[in-house]
Design a binder for this molecule. Structure first.
Ligand code: SDX
Length: 447
């Protein structure tokens, strides 16, 4: 952060940040321009350039938006330098320890922790909307058995807009609230279908007498031939993991949800686009890549240094999945909590997973290696989460689906905030680098 009162000057134009007077002065082609500086509730500062092009004819360019804020939001605050993550002002450490996933979902979406009455109503609404239209199952049956669960999930969530067509156009607050409940209630049900099909097992129906996490586990693992008892250790671990994934301000998939929603596309289509963005291996898909990477290292004799060296060698095309982050240049606070939970869950379940040892060895080696230290590459949320999911019996190709179930309240909260704030349709500019204007040449005359 630029200390208050200092000046920051850049070429080719002289860019003076005079934060004392809460304006930024820009000198371009000998002309001075002033732009307001805005300050957030956690003292983050931004230069408001919304009038830049009108006043100067210039735009800014910032590949990957590393320095560009897309919006002002009251939902989540994170400080990448200090490793801080708060949802609506509550620390992730407190929430992971003391709250439940549904309570955190309520907090993110409606802005406050619910009273007992509010929570009871919210939970009752969700429990009574978990059933999915049987015609959705017919769409699902058309997928091949080896379809990746993220592709199935994104498709079926988008299909929800066909079953609830009133989600299109301008929605009343009540209608939007019902769609929010439908998404929270039905996503876990839909998510389990892919796993059951992959096992050749019949899908399970939700049980309204079970809490959110237990219901998901029951739909995943119960069989018609034997009663399935939800292990409270497993349910508690899942609850904590979902809380830790619930929101993360303007990450790739959330920015996608906001951008799609800014065109006034319906909430189901907007959330479906977020699921697709999350699937990418550089984003939520990393949790599946991490386990596959750790398994490969184990199969290769456990030589973690070999993989560290590969990750440092750009020509290898290999990255250490679960390491590095666009924003955290310190430990990802979620990774710290998940790492402790991984130890805890495996001990409680009496599981000795050799991959955990490899992960710990890899982490230690990376954190002592200059390449990683210099680039501030620390374990992120995806590095240890797969080890817990695996201990809970969840198959690797469902890991990113678990991330989506956790992130759903965050996507909903951000979509709702964007629409309530009546934000304009998102439409970034560009700098054109293609061919200058030229005349059309008939094909017969082309060489
Ligand atoms: C999530 O944004 C969010 O909030 C996302 C998320 C959320 O909750 O929504 O936190 C969830 O997506 C976590 C990230 C999961 N992805 C991975 O684990 C994939 C592996 N990590 C990376 O590919 C990478 O670190 C990113 C994509 C996460 C961040 O990329 P950046 O910020 O664009 O960093 P970069 O690619 O510019 O890398 C900077 C340097 C480069 O080296 P140099 O060019 O400076 O020499 O660090 C290197 C990179 O080559 N680097 C890595 C590395 N990550 C970055 N080198 C080896 N292994 C890695 N994992």
């Amino acid at each position: 952060m630029t200390p208050i009162g200092s000046a920051l000057s850049l070429t080719p134009f002289n860019f003076i940040l005079i934060s004392m007077s809460q304006i930024a002065e820009l000198t371009l082609d000998g002309k001075k321009y002033e732009f307001p500086i805005i300050e957030g509730s956690e003292q983050e500062k931004a230069i408001d350039i919304s009038k830049l092009r009108d006043q100067t004819g210039y735009i800014t360019i910032d590949s990957g938006y590393k320095n560009t804020g897309a919006t002002k939001s009251a939902i989540t605050f994170l400080d990448g330098e200090e490793g801080i993550l708060n949802y609506r002002g509550y620390s992730i450490e407190d929430l992971a320890e003391k709250s439940s996933f549904l309570e955190v979902a309520y907090l993110l979406i409606y802005g406050e922790l619910p009273t007992e009455k509010q929570f009871a109503e919210f939970e009752h609404e969700i429990r009574t909307h978990t059933l999915v239209n049987e015609d959705m199952r017919k769409i699902f049956e058309g997928f091949p058995v080896n379809a990746h669960p993220m592709g199935v999930l994104s498709s079926l969530v988008s299909a929800m807009s066909a079953f609830y067509p009133d989600a299109n156009g301008q929605n009343s607050e009540e209608a939007t609230q019902l769609h929010i409940i439908r998404l929270l209630a039905k996503l876990p049900t839909i998510a389990t279908w892919s796993y059951k099909k992959s096992q050749g097992h019949p899908v399970n129906y939700p049980q309204n007498d079970l809490d959110y996490c237990s219901n998901f586990l029951n739909m995943m693992f119960s069989l018609p031939v034997a009663k399935y008892n939800v292990d409270p250790v497993v349910s508690a671990a899942l609850n904590k993991l979902l809380i830790l994934h619930a929101d993360h301000e303007q990450n790739c998939s959330t920015s996608t949800v906001r951008l799609v929603g800014s065109s006034h596309a319906n909430i189901f289509s907007s959330i479906s686009s977020g699921i697709s963005a999350l699937w990418g291996p550089l984003h939520g898909g990393a949790n599946q890549e991490v386990i596959e990477m750790l398994e490969a290292i184990k199969a290769d004799g456990g030589d973690t240094q070999k993989y560290i060296n590969m990750a440092k060698d750009k020509s290898s095309g290999f990255r250490l999945f679960g390491f590095g982050h666009r924003v955290y240049k310190n430990f990802d606070p979620r990774a710290r909590i998940i790492k402790k939970a991984a130890d805890d869950v495996l001990n409680k379940l009496g599981i000795n997973d050799p991959v955990l040892e490899i992960a710990q060895k890899l982490e230690k080696a990376a954190l002592e290696d200059e390449y990683f230290v210099q680039r501030k590459l620390y374990p992120n949320v995806d590095f240890y989460s797969g080890i817990i999911y695996r201990a809970l019996g969840i198959p690797t190709n469902m890991f990113t689906v678990m991330f989506a179930i956790g992130r759903l309240p965050g996507w909903i909260a951000q979509w709702k905030e964007m629409r309530e704030n009546k934000e304009p349709i998102g439409r970034p500019r560009q700098i054109y680098t293609g061919a200058p204007k030229r005349d059309f040449v008939l094909m017969s005359e082309r060489k």
